[in-house]
Design a protein around this ligand. Structure first.
Ligand SMILES: Cc1cc2nc3c(=O)[nH]c(=O)nc-3n(C[C@H](O)[C@H](O)[C@H](O)COP(=O)(O)OP(=O)(O)OC[C@H]3O[C@@H](n4cnc5c(N)ncnc54)[C@H](O)[C@@H]3O)c2cc1C
Length: 367
């Protein structure tokens, strides 16, 4: 019998929650993490007394009571409400698209005035069956919202003209005819005080973790340690890129310490014009305003092409990559004693609450 029941590859949110649930049900777990810290993409660090989100702004939001109660065991969450601002060519707009935004765009004050403008713009577009993202956005929100708040941002994010992007990328674009800048509709929302890395450490508790160790550097040794493996890294890498590499969009973060106590007065400002090379500026101290500092830390987020060895952020779930993923998923199904979980192993965008819920689903089935 091996020393552990589960070798967990990856100390991100999926791996940590899996370790916690299984340990509490009597299983012995060991985590191997290639980075020097746990947390994966939700990791935070302390700079100038401010909690900095290292890999993009992370706001926990969910309507799932089981998930919310679980995460609250490992951190105290504050009452942060995400209310991003859009900056289009120097003019500011509230997000998500709501009565504040419509007032800023057109000066209209009532829902019926706003609806009339949007309906007229939709009708003028005259598209019934969208064949690309631009058409879908135009028929959902009309020209002004699309051109001011969607087009430039989306083109920077995906590195392509919206006319050449598939329509499924944006899904349904919600319009709110009330004055409400709360970005998320979920029942629960907040940021863990002390940062996500501490939160993930608390989830892991006493689980043994080996940091700075790549599973593939010593795969045989690691495999022998446990009866089963939970793998949360990229699925194509697990199979030696046998069918080719899955594609992602990547991001580059430029973080700067500034000699001012407040730079932009808000946690998230999106730059929605095409000319500004970054998509957003995050000012980290606004996620937790109890952190007093006479400095501030801001991060500019630049979308980038994903190159081998780079950081995978957003899966490109187009037809080509979906087919490729299906081939890897079929191999995964046939691989005994290995489970595949999380955003990289399942090649899908998972919010944090979906990640925790997916762990529950997997562990409920196992136990
Ligand atoms: C820019 C951005 C912003 C986001 N913002 C939000 C938000 O506001 N709210 C929200 O709910 N969600 C957000 N998310 C989603 C959130 O980041 C994910 O839900 C979460 O990170 C998924 O955790 P995971 O464990 O599946 O993956 P990861 O965090 O990627 O963890 C995988 C871990 O495995 C390790 N690993 C990989 N390969 C190996 C190997 N060979 N050996 C050892 N270790 C390995 C990695 O180093 C990593 O630590 C955002 C995502 C992005 C990209």
């Amino acid at each position: 019998m091996a020393e552990y029941d589960y070798l967990i590859v990856g100390g991100g949110l999926f791996g940590a929650c899996f370790a916690r649930v299984m340990t509490e049900r009597g299983k012995r777990c060991f985590v191997v993490e290639k980075r020097e810290t746990v947390g994966g993409n939700v990791a935070t660090e302390q700079i100038e007394g401010i909690t900095v989100h290292k890999f993009g702004a992370h706001i926990f939001h969910t309507s799932d009571k089981r998930v919310w109660e679980f995460v609250n065991r490992f951190a105290e969450f504050n009452n942060f409400i995400n209310s991003p601002i859009a900056n289009y060519k120097g003019k500011l707009y509230n997000l998500p698209f709501n009565m504040h935004t419509f007032y800023q765009l057109w000066g209209c004050k009532t829902p019926s005035e706003a609806r009339a403008i949007i309906d007229a713009q939709r009708a003028a577009v005259g598209i019934k069956e969208p064949s690309n993202l631009e058409e879908k956005a135009l028929m959902s929100v009309g020209e002004d919202v699309y051109k001011t708040l969607i087009k430039g941002y989306t083109e920077k994010q995906w590195g392509r003209d919206c006319k050449y992007l598939p329509s499924f990328i944006i899904g349904r674009v919600p319009l709110r005819f009330v004055y409400d800048n709360n970005y998320f509709n979920d029942k629960y929302q907040g940021i863990p005080l002390g940062g996500y890395t501490e939160f993930v450490k608390n989830i892991l508790g006493d689980t043994e973790v080996l940091l700075g160790a790549d599973y593939f550097a010593d795969r045989d040794k690691f495999d022998k340690m446990a009866d089963n493996v939970l793998y949360t890294g990229p699925i194509d890498r697990f199979f030696g890129y046998k069918y080719g590499a899955l594609e992602y969009r990547s991001l580059r973060f430029e973080t700067e310490i500034m000699d001012t106590d407040d730079y932009q007065g808000n946690a998230v400002v999106n730059y929605t014009d095409f000319e500004t090379p970054f998509t957003r500026i995050i000012e980290h101290k606004h996620f937790d305003r109890t952190q007093a500092s006479d400095k501030t830390v801001v991060t500019r987020e630049y979308p980038e092409k994903f190159a081998e060895g780079g950081d995978p952020y957003y899966p490109i779930n187009d037809a080509k990559n979906t087919e490729l993923y299906k081939k890897y998923a079929a191999l995964a199904k046939k691989t005994p004693n290995v489970l595949f979980g999380g955003r990289l192993a399942e090649y899908r965008y998972y919010d944090m609450d979906d990640t925790v819920a997916a762990v529950f689903e997997m562990t409920d089935l196992l136990l």
